[in-house]
Design a protein around this ligand. Structure first.
Ligand code: ACO
Length: 320
């Protein structure tokens, strides 16, 4: 048995923020943002939260899969922007959707989070522990951003994507997961410091910090390699893959990966133009977009690939 995605769903905030809007709050322009990243606009949460977006995306995935919430045995929410330290987001989803038989927990692997959640479910299924799972990538990156820092505030957005996963004969063929903790200096967001009865001092700036160029180089170097490794393990060639669903950080990264794999850009769907980088939510939202647009049908070979803070990265090869 293997993990098979049998339904997808997504949810994004109502409020659209365009590059033009951002040029009114920091020194930037639509020309700079679109030419450097491909991003034209993003959704930013006003009323919505990581939890509310996760719940909505989860409900939509269940509806798409045509299964009842009581059938779900495990819920994993991949997020680096939870609303609470505890309870975890997944427990709040469990309560809201009535998945009363599910064990629920969050997973933190930044932009690779959804892939790592799928890998965890794959291990549960291979081990015969659970048969039905709901995995969600949900983020409100906007609350981690320093909105006066033009080098990061133009890149990110908010939203959630979800998938219902079932133990079946076909589905995930192979996966590769990687981590390198030595890369923590180029991409981070500090949590609350030790502030207690012994230590009142704190100078923490709890904002996302990124050195764009090293992250860019890391992505274009590691993503093609990890894809080739996963595809090779699956006994396939990159030419056999119908679609590559990559983490949506930068159009130039996606173009570079396509070039290095000698594959046409038509095989690389994107939504970063309208969504920006939504960390763990970007792969499942894109997967839902292409699913709902009828771009995938049974038997198609798909690669999901993510990379991000940690550093973490990975690729999963599956048959739809
Ligand atoms: N508007 C106008 N100018 C800007 C802006 C802006 N928004 N941001 C930076 N600049 C300026 C810089 O100050 C710099 O000016 P200078 O030459 O006078 O010093 C110039 O533009 C060039 O800046 P670079 O940082 O060199 O620009 P670069 O071409 O590298 O593009 C970018 C920056 C888009 C961030 C790119 O490096 C990138 O996409 N990196 C990867 C990011 C990524 O993939 N993150 C994914 C992981 S996220 C996660 O895990 C949470």
């Amino acid at each position: 048995m293997t993990a098979r995605i049998i339904g997808t769903g997504s949810a994004v905030p109502e409020q659209i923020v365009t590059n033009e809007d951002l040029s009114k709050i920091v020194e930037t322009s639509d020309e700079w943002i679109s030419s450097r990243s491909g991003i034209k606009e993003r959704r930013v949460a006003k009323e919505e939260t990581t939890t509310s977006l996760a719940i909505l995306a989860g409900k939509r995935a269940l509806e798409n899969a045509g299964i009842a919430s009581e059938e779900i045995e495990v819920i994993i929410v991949a997020t680096c922007t939870p609303d609470y330290f505890f309870p975890n987001t997944a427990c709040q989803v469990q309560e809201a959707i009535g998945a009363k038989h599910a064990v629920a927990f969050d997973l933190s692997a930044a932009c690779s989070g959804f892939l790592f959640a799928l890998s965890t479910v794959q291990a549960y299924i291979k081990g015969g522990i659970y048969q039905k799972a709901l995995i969600i990538g949900a983020e409100t990156m906007s609350k981690m951003i320093d909105w006066s820092d033009r080098s990061t505030c133009v890149l990110f957005g908010d939203g959630a994507g979800a998938a219902v996963v079932s133990a079946e004969e076909t589905g995930v063929l192979e996966l590769v997961q990687k981590s390198d903790g030595t890369g923590k200096g180029v991409l981070s967001c500090k949590a609350r410091e030790t502030r207690n009865l012994l230590n009142h001092e704190s100078e923490t700036k709890e904002y996302l910090y990124m050195e764009g160029q090293p992250v860019f180089k890391f992505a274009v170097k590691t993503v093609p390699k990890v894809i080739e490794k996963a595809v090779d393990k699956a006994g396939l060639k990159v030419e056999d893959i119908d679609l590559f669903v990559l983490h949506q950080a930068n159009l130039r990264i996606i173009e570079s990966v396509a070039k290095r794999l000698h594959q046409p850009m038509e095989k690389f769907p994107t939504n970063l133009e309208e969504c920006g980088n939504i960390s763990a939510a970007s792969v499942p939202i894109l997967l839902d977009n292409i699913n709902k647009h009828g771009m995938i049908c049974e038997g198609k070979k798909i690669v999901l690939a993510g990379f991000g803070a940690g550093l973490t990265w990975g690729a999963t090869v599956l048959t739809w």
